[in-house]
Design a protein around this ligand. Sequence first.
Ligand code: LLP
Length: 439
Amino acid sequence: MNHFQLQDGVLHAEEIPLPRLAEEYGTPLFVYSTATLKRHWKVLDRSLAGLKHLVCYAIKANSNLAILRTFAELGSGFDIVSGGELYRVLQAGGKASKVVYSGVGKRDDELAFALEAGVKVLDVESAAELARVSIVARRLGKRAPIALRVNPAVDPKTHPYIATGLKESKFGVSVEDALRLYALAAKDEALEVKGVALHIGSQITEVAPFTEAIARTLGLVKELAKQGIRIGHFDVGGGLGIQYHDEEPPHPDAYGAAVKKALARFDGEVLLEPGRVLVGNAGVLVTRVLYTKRNGRRNFVVVDAAMTDLVRPAFYGAHHEIEPVVPVEDGEEVVADVVGPVCESSDFLGKKRRLPALEPGDLLCVRSAGAYGFAMSSNYNTRARAAEVLVDGDEAFLARRRETLADLVRGESATPRARRFTKAAVRVKSRASRGRRNA
Ligand code: LLP
């Protein structure tokens, strides 16, 4: 259920016709619906009613401050993967005490920022990271709250680029390694064992991989209890899929019920790290047709949005529904590729789409663009990134202004002011000292 529907023959975002927004803010334009965002969060939250839990929105999916604020006001926690994301959460009024910090490669300065801010937990993903966290915490005179991210070796049956819980993936540690590392952590005064974390992948459209991963990890929790190590929270990660096209992902209620059942015997707090399911269908990308053309036997609709705005089709071969903002009934139809202006053949938003005969100036709506849309956008071809608008009923506000050309060259310098670097300035570490750091 989302709030981008036809009213009087025109697609609206809640109560506002999309053409009005395109006129006011220009295109390409990301439009988000507050009602959809809130509804998705509440449905997921309610699905775990009766269980002590915290929904921690995975902000990588869409980190616009207005979206973070919307969730923060509902009492949301946040899942972050960088110091930059922590900065955003704090800027938006989110509480550090509700922040879960995941990711395989946290730098010292990021660890220090997180510890100073007082995050809820650091999800540690390797032995080397555990050692590093301990050093940074000690240096700051703090005790670092930690969980280990366990890799339960479950196939989430999704696109290989977004499967993260496979045995050979770079994420997490194996159950066997986790046992050993928890024992180390429990003895380290600079560390405080808080919980265990999982995340097996993204856009998962079945419940079974989730419950299987939870079951495997519960075995570890029991084993740890025998050793006197108490696991206070169980983070099941994110990954619940959405409908882009013909997928039939479980309803959040069914997912929540399955998580509840799988964790019925777990005595502690349950954390969730949903990204896509909260924001994916709460956003669309509005784009304007620039030209139509025909090459050989193929029709092309060239639009003003590109892979720089929505990279998912180019990157994962992902499908996003594309429809005219003002549909024409009973008109002539064409089958066309919807492509952007970027100089790459992979720059397409959709292939072989059945569309009405379009004219320059017509508007198209690319659906399900709320997750990993703007967040993965780039400035390739020196294209300014799109504006983002948040709609609430019949009101809209500019959540991010369109980049200007001046924004695009900020920080660059065309006049050389060279510095000379001497060879002596480079310090090469010996093998032995490198060994010590990783010990
Ligand atoms: N927690 C962790 C540790 C994650 O790595 C992710 C996503 C999530 C939670 C949220 O997963 P979600 O609920 O959104 O599935 N760019 C790709 C998706 C990459 C997901 C990366 N990790 C895409 O556009 O499909």
